[in-house]
Design a protein around this ligand. Sequence first.
Ligand code: CUA
Length: 341
Amino acid sequence: MDWKYLPIFPQSASNFAPHVDALYAYLVAVSAFFSILIAVVIVAFAFKYRRKSESEVPVPLNEHGAGSMLLEITWSVIPLLLSLVMFGWGAVIFFEESKPPADAMEIWVTGKQWMWKIQHLEGTREINELHVPVNRNIRLTLTSEDVIHDFYVPAFRTKTDVVPGRYTTEWFRPTKVGEYHIFCAEYCGTKHSGMIGTVYVMNPGDYDAWLTGGGTSMGSMSQKGEALFQQLGCVTCHVADGTGRCPKLTGLYGTKVELKGGAVVTADASYIRESIVNPLAKIVNGYEGIMPTFQGLATEDQIQQLIEYVKSIGPQKGPAPAQVPAPGGAAKKTPGAAPKQ
Ligand code: CUA
């Protein structure tokens, strides 16, 4: 929907925007229709049923009989159906926004008081700016260094809480080249209102030019992660051939891991992050809980690089990642293709 005749709406620049706007228009139309209907009926009945003479005594309600069953059912069923449409339509959009497509391009976002830090897999980093190519599915993986923030791009009609200690995702497909506002939509302290930024939606050629000019010479995220893996000493225990004191990480990403006690978890980004900052939370079956925490030793940005490194040595290579079947049907989608080098 193009709102150019009603310029109170943000631009419409993603795959979700037309759907959200259509639902919103429906909500407004239903509310306006009933507000006007009720107002008109109140005024009309005030005239029609007004007391016409001093001596007129109204008939008490219970002397009219049982009332109209048909009328009662009508004004119950119609609003029920109208609100079920709101629920169903809203749920469809909600589920679509909650499920990033497998081919989505991945970008990492870290919120902190009071800025947005972005890392692209290719190694480019930016602050309060997010460059993306037009007509590509984009998946953001978001976390916070301090308090809860919320990544909101009104032109895309998407909005996700950014929570410390956990990863959340947000996805969209920008449909129009241009510049759009990023807002923090969760009160996060004094400069909450200043925690803003810009999304630049670019043509693919411009995007590639921007990306290669943006510091990829420092290495991709997974290359930086590999360097950290050496620097932090992870490599001394997590030996690649599996002879170390800790589990080997080659071929791990996206697979099922059996823990001490019999529980099984998927080795996804959240699991790896937890294993870095709180290693004793989940101990792999057959190993001792001897790993120290790296909380404070590795920043959120560095943890993301370490995850990309573990991903790059994982079993999934090429564009079609193997789906790991989960016991009990709790199939968790394993993230997309191997990072570009
Ligand atoms: Cu960050 Cu409000």
